[in-house]
Ligand binder design. Structure first.
Ligand code: ADP
Length: 273
C-alpha cells in the first residue's frame, strides 16, 4: 500500500511540474505573438505618415508648387532619401512579422530565373552612379524555371547584388552568375570587397546582425536584408551559403530546386514536414 501511495505522490509532483512548464511555455508564446503583433501594427502606422511626407517632398522637388533653390533641392533630396529608407525599414519589419505569424501569402508560379536576373541587372544600375565598380552578370542562354514567387525571388537577387556592391570599395569587381547544376538552379554573387570575418559568419542571416566591418566602415543598413533573403530561399525549398574571409571578398550561393526536375514540387512556403 505504501509503495503505491509514494508512487502516486511522485506522479502528482511530476504532473504539477509539467503543468507549470507548459504554462511558462504558453506564456512565452503569447508574449512572442504580442511582440510580433506590436511590431506589425507600429510598422503599419508609421508607414502611412512617412509615405505622405515622401510624397509631398517629391511634389516640392519637381517644382510644380514652387521652384526650389539649389540648396533647398539638396535638403529635399535628403528628406526624400531618408523617408524612403524608413519606408523600406517598415516594409522589412512587416515582412518579418508576417513570416513569424505565418501570414505571408506566397505566389506559386513558373518563374524564369534567367529573365529575373536580367531585370535585376537593370534595377541595380542606379547604385553604380558615381562609383568605380565592375559589375558583371552571367546567365544561361535558355530559361531556368523554378516554382515560386517572382517578386520575392527578384528581391533575393537584388539584395545579394546590392550588398556585394555596397560592401565592395571602388576599383572592385562584383560578379553575379546563374547556372544549372543537376536539378538545381544556382545563383552565386561574388565580390572582391570587405568580406566577413569567419567568426561572424554564423550570425550573418540573423535579424539586425551587422558585421564589425559594416560598423567600422560606417556603411548604412539595418541588418534585416539577409534574414529576409534566407527566409525567402527557405520558403522555396532552397539553401543559401556564404564563403568569405575578412577583407578578401565574399561569395553568396543560393540553390533552388528546378521545376520539372522530377523532384516533388510543393507549394512555396510549405516546408514539407
Ligand atoms: P544590411 O546590409 O542592411 O546591413 P544585411 O542583412 O543585408 O543588412 O546584411 C547583414 C550584414 O552582413 C551586413 O551589415 C554586412 O556586415 C554583412 N554583409 C552582407 N553582404 C555582404 C558582402 N557582400 N560583403 C561583406 N559583408 C556583407
Amino acid at each position: 500500500g505504501r509503495d503505491v501511495t509514494q508512487q502516486r505522490r511522485s506522479q502528482d509532483m511530476l504532473a504539477a511540474a509539467l503543468d507549470k512548464e507548459r504554462t511558462a511555455v504558453e506564456r512565452l508564446r503569447a508574449l512572442d505573438e504580442a511582440k510580433t503583433e506590436f511590431v506589425s501594427t507600429v510598422s503599419h502606422e508609421l508607414r502611412t505618415p512617412i509615405t505622405s511626407i515622401v510624397g509631398f517632398t517629391e511634389m516640392l522637388q519637381d517644382g510644380s508648387v514652387v521652384e526650389p533653390l539649389p540648396e533647398q533641392l539638396r535638403l529635399l533630396e535628403t528628406i526624400a532619401r531618408n523617408g524612403e529608407r524608413l519606408i523600406a525599414l517598415c516594409n522589412d519589419l512587416l515582412m518579418l512579422s508576417g513570416l513569424d505569424s505565418d501570414d505571408v501569402t506566397w505566389r506559386s508560379e513558373e518563374v524564369d530565373l534567367a529573365a529575373c536576373l536580367g531585370l535585376v541587372e537593370d534595377s541595380v544600375q542606379p547604385l553604380l552612379a558615381g562609383r568605380d565598380l565592375t559589375v558583371t552578370f552571367e546567365t544561361p542562354t535558355g530559361p531556368l524555371h523554378v516554382l515560386g514567387d517572382r517578386p520575392q525571388l527578384e528581391r533575393v537577387m537584388v539584395n545579394l547584388v546590392s550588398n556585394a556592391m555596397k560592401f565592395t570599395e571602388d576599383g572592385g569587381v562584383v560578379r553575379a552568375r546563374l547556372s544549372q547544376e543537376g536539378d538545381e538552379a544556382v545563383l552565386s554573387v561574388t565580390d572582391t570587397g570587405l568580406g566577413i570575418p569567419l567568426d561572424e559568419q554564423e550570425d550573418l542571416f540573423k535579424r539586425f546582425f551587422r558585421s564589425s566591418t559594416a560598423h567600422t566602415e560606417a556603411i548604412q543598413g539595418t541588418g534585416l536584408g539577409l534574414a529576409i533573403v534566407a527566409a525567402i530561399v527557405e520558403a522555396h525549398g532552397g539553401r543559401i551559403r556564404v564563403r568569405s574571409a575578412h577583407l578578401e571578398g565574399a561569395t553568396f550561393t543560393v540553390r533552388l530546386p528546378l521545376l520539372h526536375s522530377g523532384g516533388p514540387s510543393r507549394p512555396v512556403g510549405d516546408p514539407g514536414h
